[in-house]
Design a protein around this ligand. Structure first.
Ligand code: AMP
Ligand code: ZN
Length: 460
């Protein structure tokens, strides 16, 4: 069976043929580290982790290179640093913000069962490569310096028209429409209103580096150039797969393609462009103002990371996903059951019924349906298929123990309350016995009365 992937650029599903089967190369845009990552940010992390695992399964662990960057230079980082550490010099404050946020991001995505990428480059460690690409673009006539900025000209790119892609091809837009629709109050240093920033001057106190293109003032990179530089450094001028959320198609990925292809005279930057759909919460767009903004960190206080992972994978990665409490509860019940029956099973080979849907553009909902089928027929294949998808990182006992710990209830206390309730019942104080039952329910403990006495279990 071959792997087929949907490519945003060609707008169809194609058989995946690696450029080099000994080194399959994938780049995914990572987080800007200024705040806790939200559950929407977890989607590309989980989706491309499944693809990473599948590629390793197909080509061998040593033959896949996965690069996911960390954006550690950005206005949002500067603003957060100034707000949170007003007493510190800005550069020091920025380092604190990026270090703390980066650590938190790692803790979050580790808990989601995501493997660490092969390389996690930081933007600030690739300024040299950014300058090099910018110099090439200026030399090639695709970029120009003006008022200490360097701008990229999409119009120059499309005029060149020789072995280059068309600017706008990835996002399916025409440059003429962009020109017509662009804002009129364009920055004075831009020749055309569609030009975008490769490099800009730093304000006093802001992080700054020597500038390219003969500019004497110190400056800092624009956003898009970072990913062109880090992908080039770690994967080369042309590689297999480039991924990210659907919101990144324009302008971020369109501009990455433009920069890389014009700097290296390539027709393509990546062979497959993959984009995950957006996540919303309880049928509403997630936003701080609506109060439904939820971080991975907060969710992990209530749910094991693998529950969040399963809940994410129940929807196909290109569809929008509605993140609901109801669906989370169902995912938790499913995973409890799978842990009980499969976590300690002898692993075998992942089942074809699970792998085949994954090979069809990562059809995880169908793969999960197949897991339900294996539950009753082949527990060993269930276990290895779950592992392929990044589940069952714990033993059944660890899973149960952590659940009990997470509920903050100790068994002795539960037993004590149950015997109090039994006493209340025998003196026919039903008000008191109901109160105790409700108290236990609030603690996540379900009780069952029978002739033999009262038994209990954690209900979640
Ligand atoms: P950002 O830090 O905003 O650049 O986002 C990091 C990654 O998360 C990018 O790949 C985004 O496309 C993705 N992302 C952000 N918000 C959402 C969302 N609500 N649903 C799915 N993906 C998202
Ligand atoms: Zn990027």
């Amino acid at each position: 069976m071959e792997l087929r992937l949907y490519d945003t650029l060609s707008r169809d599903k194609r058989t995946f043929v690696p450029l080099d089967a000994k080194n399959v190369r994938m780049y995914v845009c990572g987080p800007t580290v200024y705040d806790f990552a939200h559950i929407g940010n977890a989607r590309p992390v989980i989706v491309f982790d499944v693809l990473f695992r599948l590629l390793r399964h197909l080509y061998g662990e040593a033959h896949v290179t996965y690069v996911r960057n960390i954006t550690d230079v950005d206005d949002k980082i500067n603003d957060r640093a100034a707000r949170d550490f007003p007493g510190l010099p800005l550069n020091e404050a920025i380092r604190k913000v990026t270090e703390q946020t980066g650590k938190q991001f790692h803790a979050d995505v580790d808990a989601l069962g995501a493997l660490r990428p092969s390389v996690e480059p930081r933007a600030t460690e690739h300024i040299g490569e950014m300058r090099e690409i910018i110099e090439r673009l200026v030399k090639g006539g695709f970029a120009y310096a003006a008022e200490d900025h360097v701008l990229f000209s999409p119009q120059a790119m499309n005029a060149a028209n020789s072995g280059l892609p068309r600017y706008g091809a990835l996002s399916n837009r025409s440059l003429d429409e962009m020109i017509a629709g662009a804002r009129v109050d364009v920055a004075p240093y831009k020749k055309d209103n569609t030009d975008f920033v490769l490099w800009k001057p730093s304000k006093p106190g802001e992080p700054s580096w020597p500038s390219p293109a003969g500019i004497t003032a110190q400056g800092r990179p624009g956003w898009h150039i970072e990913c062109s530089a880090m992908a080039w450094k770690h994967l080369g001028e042309y590689f297999d797969i480039h991924g990210g959320g659907i919101d990144l198609v324009f302008p971020h990925h369109e501009n990455e393609v433009a920069q890389t292809c014009c700097a290296f005279h390539q027709e393509r930057m990546a062979n497959y462009w993959m984009h995950n759909g957006f996540l919303q919460v309880e049928s509403e767009k997630m936003s701080k103002s609506l109060g439904n903004f939820v971080t991975i960190h907060e969710l992990l206080a209530d749910w094991p990371g693998e529950v969040l992972r399963l809940n994410m994978l129940k929807t196909h990665y290109r569809s929008p996903i509605d993140w609901t409490l109801k669906s989370l509860e169902e995912s938790a019940r499913t995973l409890d059951d799978w842990y009980r029956v499969a976590a300690d099973a002898e692993p075998g080979q992942p089942a074809a019924s699970v792998v085949e849907p994954l090979l069809d553009d990562l059809n995880t909902p169908l793969a999960i349906a197949a897991l339900h089928g294996l539950r009753g027929s082949d527990v060993s294949a269930l276990a290895s298929s779950l592992r392929l998808l990044g589940f069952l990182s714990e033993s059944a006992a660890q899973w149960e123990g952590r659940k009990q710990q997470a509920s903050g209830v100790d068994a002795k206390e539960v037993e004590r309350l149950i015997s109090e309730r039994t006493a209340a019942r025998s003196r026919k104080d039903f008000k008191e016995s109901d109160r105790i039952r409700d108290l236990l329910a609030a603690m996540g403990v379900a009780i069952k009365d029978s002739k033999e006495g009262t038994t209990w279990e954690f209900s979640r």
